[in-house]
Design a protein around this ligand. Structure first.
Ligand code: CO
Length: 673
């Protein structure tokens, strides 16, 4: 248990320019990477980072996490953005604060171990594009998977931060595998690899506050490099764990700007700044400056992403993590998988089987990709195993794991399961014990040949090498060989406002569900109308059921048409444009409704109201020359504006109403002659 003697009050000066604390807590901001990865499916766009990048550069963060993790994948796949370009663009706005990336060791920013030549080139290009801090982790905590990338990071003179993936087999720290000694030994191993700092990476939010205290204290006692804590909020404990870690002397803590904080993301920076204000661990940050950044995020950025937030539950924490020591994302994957197989009732069995499978597979941490590997195998066992046989259906990834392709597991894999998994395995039935990438053939040269003529530089080749299918598609978009689909386009604030209007209408009960009606076959008498709703335009076709359109044409008299002044004539009764369609046996149709007389003494083609409504305005005046189809009158009917167009070429001879007049159906609105 802890006392708090490592955090002491030093003064009451809370001004912006207060003297620096004796040992200020350093903060890395995750807003631009883990923040949107955790809350908004990694869909953050560079254009939405630019408005705050310069201001965030001024805060005094130890580093800004801007890249890596899932960003590379989502950018080129879903956002039509060149991942490499993001580093360069953001560097133009944030010049002072180092940039950090999450590097999945030999998995780089993908989901499998890549060959050494790809790994080397990837780190070199990341450095060249502007990356400074390489937060490196391996899902199995097998640091042999660090060797290749670390050599390059070090050679380039960049910061190598080594991660220990925090995981448990019991509810709290302890047990046979994951105890204090385990983490202390891992920290020593990292220091021996010349790590510039050591990160405790609690991706599932499992680290309880007093365990955070003990573990940080124990690691600080044996290593000299800074200790950094990364703890997701998922279970609700991490804000408390942060404080206990600070009391234990942690050097750096990860937070997000408050709009990107909490839920499955990280605690917010602002409460931590206030908590430590005036102590020997005071961050020195100006809370008003943070507030002004938040204002921009709330107003101009977050509205574009809110639809991605999972807000189906009232609770912002997931206590499943406390119950099952399982990352929140993994549980939702399991539930989806069971639902697809129509076996959601088996979720209890899955929770019981999961620790058994994990134990058989060497008590590996549950993080991308191992959480998927353990999760899918667990579901298979629950669905397909019976009393006579376990592991009836073993996935390819479990076979790879048993072969040693991911690295060395925390404890040995159950030999029976391993033997069964490797029966007939194409690489061999005998597992490897060497560093996994040693069995991988070089890949870079072939990748370059594959995209010759498409890739322009090494960055392009790497995009393809990491993601052959989607990477190649992206390169085609980038170089105009293929049109990117509409779904990769960004959402604008105007889109958001239109949606919010609709939602408000729906909440007010003003949206009526559309009744599905089968459309009758289209007759030959329909007319086309232009309909305007605010800025939107529709073309609608109108036809009176059972007969010809009521709008009939007065044939302009050949003599009258060319004359500038029509001689006074009696209005000519309109002839129907065509006979109404009738059944052969039906009696003769009644004569068509006579049109309302055009303005007295004016000959020509009348434009009649196709429906009752209100005249908004006339677009033409008497004497204006119009062509057939020109908009003449705007009529509002059923809250929609309808542009009524000229039925014939000619000159406007008469206008019978004015703006604001209500008109009946068939009223003659004007006459064209
Ligand atoms: Co994270």
């Amino acid at each position: 248990m802890s006392d708090h003697d490592q955090v002491t009050m030093t003064g009451m000066d809370y001004s912006k320019d207060r003297p620096a604390a004796e040992n200020p807590l350093k903060i890395m901001d995750l807003t631009l990477r883990d923040g949107h990865q955790s809350l908004f499916a990694t869909r953050g766009r560079t254009e939405d980072m630019i408005p705050v990048a310069e201001m965030m550069d001024e805060v005094g963060f130890w580093a800004l996490e801007t890249w890596g993790g899932a960003t590379f994948d989502t950018m080129h796949r879903f956002l039509n953005e060149d991942p490499w370009e993001r580093i360069r663009v953001l560097k133009r706005y944030a010049k002072k604060t180092p940039f950090s990336m999450l590097l999945r060791a030999q998995n780089l920013v993908g989901y499998r171990n890549y060959a050494d030549d790809i790994a080397r080139a990837f780190v070199e290009r990341s450095v060249e594009n502007g990356m400074d801090v390489f937060r490196t982790f391996d899902a199995l905590n097998d640091y042999r998977n660090f060797e290749t990338v670390v050599e390059v990071i070090k050679k380039c003179g960049k910061h190598f931060q080594g991660c220990i993936c925090y995981t448990l087999t019991e509810a709290r720290l302890g047990g046979k595998v994951y105890n204090i000694d385990f983490f202390v030994n891992k920290a020593k191993e990292l220091e021996n690899m010349e790590a510039d700092s050591i990160c405790l990476k609690d991706m599932a939010g499992l680290m309880a506050p007093y365990d955070a205290y003990d573990i940080v204290k124990a690691i600080k006692a044996v290593v000299s490099v800074p200790v950094h804590l990364h703890s997701h909020f998922t279970s609700g404990m991490s804000a408390m764990s942060h404080l206990k870690a600070v009391e234990a002397g942690v050097d750096i803590i990860d937070t997000c700007m408050s709009p990107y904080a909490y839920r499955t993301s990280h605690p917010a920076v602002e409460p931590l700044v206030m908590t430590l204000l005036g102590t020997n661990r005071d961050t020195g940050f100006d809370i008003k400056q943070l507030a002004s950044i938040n204002e921009i995020i709330e107003k101009d950025i977050i509205p574009k992403y809110m639809h991605l937030l999972d807000d189906t539950k009232a609770s912002i924490i997931d206590i499943n993590v406390l119950l099952h020591q399982t990352p929140g994302g993994m549980i939702s994957n399991l539930i989806n998988q069971l639902r697809e197989m129509d076996a959601l009732d088996k979720i209890g069995e899955v929770f019981a089987e999961l620790p058994r499978v994990r134990k058989d597979l060497g008590q590996i941490p549950l993080v991308t990709p191992t959480s998927q590997i353990v999760g899918i195998q667990t579901v298979n066992n629950v669905l397909f195993d019976d009393e006579s046989e376990r592991y009836k259906m073993i996935t390819g990834q479990v076979k790879d794991l048993c072969y040693g392709l991911y690295g060395k597991t925390a404890v040995p894999i159950n030999p029976e399961v391993q033997k069964k998994a490797l029966k007939g395995y194409p690489r061999g039935e005998e597992p490897i014990t060497c560093r996994p990438a040693e069995v991988l053939e070089p890949e870079l040269e072939k990748a370059g040949k594959d995209v010759k003529g498409l890739a322009v530089d090494q960055d392009d080749v790497l995009t393809y090498a990491l993601y052959p299918v989607t990477g190649k598609r992206f390169l085609k978009w980038k170089y105009g060989r293929e049109e990117p689909p509409p779904e990769v386009k960004p959402k604008t604030l105007a889109d958001v406002r239109a949606e919010q209007k609709l939602i408000a209408k729906a909440k007010a009960g003003l949206l009526v569900e559309k009744v599905e009606k089968e459309a009758p076959p289209k007759g030959e008498f329909f007319r086309t109308f232009n309909v305007f709703v605010d800025d939107e335009y529709f073309e609608v076709e109108v036809e009176e059921p059972g007969g010809p359109p009521v709008v009939s044409y007065v044939q302009p008299s050949p003599a009258a048409a060319p004359l500038p002044v029509a001689p006074p004539v009696r209005p000519v009764p309109a002839a129907p444009a065509a006979p109404p369609p009738v059944a052969p046996s039906a009696p003769a149709p009644p004569p068509p409704v006579a049109p309302a007389p055009a303005a007295a003494g004016v000959a020509g083609t009348p434009l009649k109201a196709p429906m009752p409504g209100m005249i908004i305005r006339y677009e033409k005046q008497v004497g204006d020359v119009v062509s057939k189809g020109d908009a003449v009158v705007i009529l509002e009917a059923m809250k929609m504006e309808n542009a009524l167009s000229a039925p014939a070429d000619g000159t406007i001879q008469a206008i019978n109403f004015s703006s604001g007049d209500n008109v009946a159906k068939d009223a003659v609105l004007c006459v064209i002659g």
